[in-house]
Design a binder for this molecule. Structure first.
Ligand SMILES: [Fe+2]
Ligand SMILES: [Fe+2]
Length: 160
C-alpha cells in the first residue's frame, strides 16, 4: 500500500494525491461542471466542487485504509466550510434571479431549500461519524453537479 496512507493529513502533497486511485475520477468530475453564463457563479461552483473533492479524498482514504477515525476531524472542517459557502452561494443566486425576474425562481429556490436540508443531514452524519461512508460519498458527489447542470443552467439564457 502506498506510503500516502501512512502520512499525517497535513503532510499529504498534491503529488501524493495524484497517486490515489480516485484522483483521475475527481479530475474528470471537475470538468463536468457546466458554464452557467456568469463568471461569479462559475467561480462559486468551482470553489464548491473543490471542497466536495477535498472531502471525497478523505472518503477515499477512509475506504482504502479502513481507518476512518483518522479522517473525521478534517472532514468535519471541510463540510463546515461547504455548508457555509453553499448557503452563501444560494442566497446570492436567489437575489440575482429575483432581480432579473427569472421565470423559474420559485422552483429554483425550492430546490435550494431541499438541498440545504440534505446538506444539514449530511453534516450531522459527518459530526456523528456515520459509518455508511459509501452512501455519504455518493450523495456528496452528486448533488452539486445535478443541481448546477440542470437548475443553474436554466438561467444561462439571461446572459445572452
Ligand atoms: Fe442554484
Ligand atoms: Fe449555483
Amino acid at each position: 500500500m502506498s506510503e500516502v496512507y501512512d502520512k499525517p493529513l497535513d503532510e499529504i502533497s498534491d503529488a501524493d494525491l495524484n497517486k490515489l486511485p480516485g484522483q483521475p475520477f475527481r479530475e474528470r468530475l471537475k470538468d463536468q461542471v457546466v458554464d452557467v453564463g456568469f463568471s461569479q457563479f462559475n467561480d462559486s461552483h468551482n470553489k464548491l466542487m473543490d471542497l466536495i473533492l477535498d472531502a471525497d479524498v478523505l472518503f477515499d482514504l477512509m475506504l482504502v485504509t479502513g481507518n476512518t477515525a483518522k479522517y473525521w476531524g478534517r472532514l468535519e472542517e471541510i463540510v463546515d466550510d461547504l455548508v457555509t459557502y453553499t448557503k452563501q452561494h444560494f442566497a446570492e443566486e436567489e437575489e440575482f434571479l429575483i432581480s432579473r425576474q427569472h421565470a423559474k425562481i420559485n422552483e429554483h429556490t425550492a430546490q435550494h431549500s431541499r438541498l440545504v436540508e440534505e446538506l444539514n443531514d449530511f453534516q450531522k452524519s459527518v459530526t456523528s461519524q456515520n459509518e455508511d461512508i459509501i452512501q455519504m460519498r455518493k450523495w456528496l458527489l452528486e448533488w452539486l453537479l445535478v443541481h448546477v447542470n440542470t437548475h443553474d443552467l436554466s438561467y444561462k439564457e439571461l446572459a445572452s
